[in-house]
Design a protein around this ligand. Sequence first.
Ligand code: XLS
Ligand code: NI
Ligand code: NI
Length: 475
Amino acid sequence: MKAAKFSFFILCLHVVSLVVIVGIPQTCPADSSGSKCGDWAGEFFPSIPKIKYEGPSSKNPLAFKWYNPEEEILGKKMKDWLRFSVAFWHTFRGTGGDPFGAPTKMWPWEDGTNSVAMAKRRMRANFEFIDKLGVDFWCFHDRDIAPDGKTLEEANANLDEVIALAKELQGTKIRPLWGTAQLFMHPRYMHGAATSSELGVYAYAAAQVKKAMEVTHYLGGENYVFWGGREGYQTLLNTDMERELNHMASFFEAAVAYKKKIGYNGTLLIEPKPQEPTKHQYDWDAATTANFLRKYGLLGEFKLNIECNHATLSGHSCHHELETARINGLLGNIDANTGDPQIGWDTDQFMTDIAEATLVMQSVVRNGGIAPGGFNFDAKLRRESTDVEDLFIAHVGGMDTMARGLRNVAKLIEDGSLAELVLNRYQSFDSELGALVEAGKADFDLLEKKAMEWGELQVPSAKQELAEMIFQSVL
Ligand code: XLS
Ligand code: NI
Ligand code: NI
């Protein structure tokens, strides 16, 4: 009897700790059919107010300290420089699971099913979240927002049902920053999608992109993204790289043709990433992708979606990738996240480093903004962060970081000394001969004559430490 009582006590303790782990009581309790909540339209975030700007002295975690959407910085409202977007997959499908551990979070509105009813309820949560956060954009993959089907027809029908609701919930202001097709999760894509060795898979991927592009267009999406997570190889021993790249180009050509056919005016974006999940991904970095576009005559049809964590995986800084895209006229969008300096994979963290954000914003300002692109938070909570409010805190922190970066760039421009340092560094080219060189009109005979005339030179300092000191002074 005593033993029974004791095990009942232990059981109770377990229930209590389960509630503590999950964090919040279930507002929409789970049941196996998923029908109990039906088209439940209650409040998803009852304890979260609409996020407001309170200024740098605020200690409120649910308020902006630096992002003041209507404030003008460098001639544009902050919200127009930043065009923030919520990534549906991380925010609403992220579970905290990793290859070694089970999910750590199940949001209160989840019923444990992957039904269309659940997808619709999640969509309502998405729009409440967007409204409370005060952003105008969201991003999605076809398969995050609606369940896959046994056939393509069934998958498309599921998607149509969820998209109809999304369209209604968007209202007149909210729209997708970009949409995309998920061409990496299903086992059929194990050899790639556009670069698969199987023609049937290539065709299936094309059909999926066709549909995803249609729904992005229907929702008023401003961009359409291609991220080739499995477009690459594990070993060259079994791979015809040239043929695969030719196939990928044909796939992109067909996408451009279809976009024109349906009258979709959004920008097509390619998102470079060097590896993960594939050992080598063809869209390795901005320069590689630019060269691919150039080779296949696709330069005018695509821009790049630069993700900061992908930049560091490819051995570059985010600033380098943004500048490479910008100077090639290819800066289209930013997947605003960051990696961990000690970890060699895509940790997809919210950016909190003010210096990194300042460099990112420097490229954006030099580009005159990135519209119709924006800042998509392709970022997720850590596995150990399990409260609903953490979703808000993470986004507020990410938005404030970028806003602070923008404010710092304004300070750098106002101060002017960094720009002056760079100008001075190249001033020898502000000369008659320099102008000839820059116009491609200085031949080797002329240059040899000048070299002999000038003799050995005093080469000036690069002033790196001074540049760093000036940069630090605005952070
Ligand atoms: C993965 C990518 C992915 C794309 C969209 O690393 O960042 O999330 O942004 O498919
Ligand atoms: Ni991304
Ligand atoms: Ni990524």
